[in-house]
Design a protein around this ligand. Sequence first.
Ligand code: ADP
Length: 373
Amino acid sequence: AIGKTRTTEKADRATVEQAIDPRTRMVLFKMLNRGVFNDINGCISTGKEANVYHATKSDDQELAIKIYKTSVLVFKYVQLSLGFSPSIYSVTCLAKMLVADQRTFMNSEMFRYGYCKHNPRKMVKTWAEKEMRNLMRLRAAGIRCPAPLLLRLHVLVMEFIGKAGWAAPRLKDADLSHDKLRKAMSSSLPETLCCLLFFVPDDYGNANIISKMQASAWRSQRGHLYIIDVSQAVDLDHPHALDFLREDCIHVSDFFRKHGIAAMTIRELFDFIVDPTIDDDSVDSYLEEAQRKIMARGDVISAEEEIADSVFVQSYIPKTLDHVKNAEEDVQRIISGKDTGDMYYQTITGLKKALSMSNSSQPENEQHPCNGK
Ligand code: ADP
């Protein structure tokens, strides 16, 4: 059987064929005939949901071939579509489902792709299509990720992130210097996270995307971070999109703190990402300001901020004003200058900025895709 290959190990040439079923083999064979690649060199990774192989073209261009597996995906697909694990399919889960906004649920992927629920082959193809589409959207938004090259059924050929058969290390394994990590935190990471919300519209209207990712999904190469494995990214209209995003912020923030890098708090990171008033022109000054704040705070986050963060992590965040109970009361609170630090939806709805603008009679800001619904 294929040995579990560590990312740092060179592709194991002897074990290429065994995990490949006849159908997949046919797809690969056709690709080979068409010159998509000339050699499959070995397995880079045998994951639960996919195997990734290293391939080369005659001009030595390196490629990664991701082949999705059916078994685990079925479970995972349902789990992600619903936002919870089907193994704990219980009254609580059903309640959660009912609470989720009906319309957004109807728009959710489970509903859209529901037709192929019972056909693992179709589902696995859908999964691969989703990754391909997400990679294209990421690239269109200027975010570093493997360039998707070709998709046939459940086989996705993409750019190889690495060199000479060695995949670039995961961020958490990369052993980057303190300086490089600091640089990553202050530029690439928040920017990339932010771009995830400023996505080009997809075929379902102006839906955005939030990647359910972990620090380990970032790869360092040539001083850059790449995001890989975006098949699990969800549209912003997914009922749990903000929860996923907040989870990502926790991972990112934890990762940097563990490495002794002063970073944005979870709330700051989240607010930065969802703030509809930050655009290409203002992002640099916003980040500079954030950096100043971080420097002033030093490497230790105060107990108060720590507590504020943990409360934030457990709170419900309305996505639009439609989901707010007493919006008018809250507006009064903001206008009267009271402490509204616990009002988590201020940033995402653009309310904070809108109110400060109406006071200073500045022009209305453009509507942001996340609060337009
Ligand atoms: P899974 O969903 O099975 O975890 P991933 O997309 O995360 O699949 O890929 C698993 C591993 O395969 C990664 O950790 C990485 O080592 C390798 N890998 C995947 N895509 C690429 C790529 N484009 N370039 C280099 N290595 C890759």
